[in-house]
Design a protein. Structure first.
Length: 316
């Protein structure tokens, strides 16, 4: 009986310092699992500017399990993960970061859980954020709370992209070929029974994080827009509330003039109100604009990624 194939997808962007540590750990884990599984390591080089491509070619030359896909430019982590899903042939498919914050040593435990047959996916979540800036931790928790209140798609607090999935779930993810991708939401939206494996936060083994606060903020906005219409509803509700308030204020001013004969005063406060309402209007227009921009990118039907170089014969 042929062994099952385990595909490991690792998106990489400027990770030449981390790759030696990761490769050593992957080979150790693959050796532990070798009696039951064959392994393939699919590294997706997301247009790195350092020597990541050279390092991957070196590993591919010395280990036939190593497959690399170098994208034609930096498309982002989401397209890189999707490229890995589209080219993974495994019965089980795992995705993880290259910086060792997703410990490969958890894979045997994840496989044992999924082999029990009750679950289609074993996902990981951090139970602590030790080593992370407090401000980032605060806004991360706030994002999860707001997202789960505003969307029917539940995203678990502390959820990582690191997860092991059965082939059926991977096929479902590949079918979701939308240009604007938010994988945490996609993983939840496709459903399937998921087991959440908790672990302590692990810091990067080398290099610097590619996720600045601003990039994380924009990524969070993508999450809201991609899986919730609530911001549009909020902007409409705000518009209705201010329309009602404006009508009440007009009635109040007219009645005060007719009854008490008071002159209309308070130009400074009126200017503040106009500026405030103008800001609210621009905010609501910005929300609508964000949704329109997503539609604009989708209808262009551009490819999610473009492969520049690979050692996979039938890569797509």
């Amino acid at each position: 009986m042929e062994k099952k194939l385990l595909s490991l997808i690792i998106p990489c962007y400027n990770e030449e310092e981390s790759l030696p540590f990761l490769f050593d750990e992957l080979t150790k884990v693959a050796e532990v699992l070798s009696e039951r599984y064959r392994s393939e390591f699919i590294f997706v080089n997301d247009g790195s500017k350092d020597n990541t491509a050279k390092v991957l070619k070196h590993y591919a030359a010395v280990d036939e399990r190593v497959k690399y896909i170098t994208l034609s430019r930096n498309f982002g982590k989401e397209p890189a993960m999707y490229a890995g899903f589209c080219n993974a042939d495994g019965d089980y498919v795992a995705v993880m970061d290259a910086d060792m914050q997703d410990p490969p040593s958890l894979l045997p435990q994840m496989i044992d859980i999924i082999e029990q047959g009750e679950y289609d996916c074993v996902a990981t979540r951090r139970v602590t954020r030790q080593g992370e800036p407090p401000v980032r931790s605060f806004f991360a928790r706030l994002f999860y709370k707001l997202s789960n209140k505003m969307s029917e798609t539940t995203i678990v607090d502390g959820a990582r992209d690191f997860r092991l999935m059965k082939r059926q779930m991977v096929k479902a993810i590949v079918r979701m070929s939308e240009y604007n991708r938010f994988s945490k939401g996609i993983f939840s939206w496709v459903g399937f029974n998921t087991y959440w494996l908790q672990y302590e936060n692990v810091e990067r083994v080398a290099g610097k994080t590619k996720w600045s606060f601003w990039k994380l903020f924009l990524y969070a906005i993508d999450g809201f827009v991609d899986f919730s219409n609530a911001p549009l509803a909020i902007s409409a509700i705000v518009g209705i509330i201010f329309t009602i308030l404006a009508f009440i204020m007009v009635i109040f001013i007219i009645m005060r003039k007719l009854i008490f004969g008071d002159p209309v005063e308070g130009w400074p406060s009126m200017v503040c109100i106009i500026v405030f309402i103008g800001g609210i209007e621009l905010f609501c227009i910005g929300i609508i604009g964000e949704y329109l921009s997503k539609i604009y990118l989708e209808v262009k039907n551009r490819p999610i990624y473009i492969i520049g170089d690979t050692n996979i014969d039938d890569a797509n």
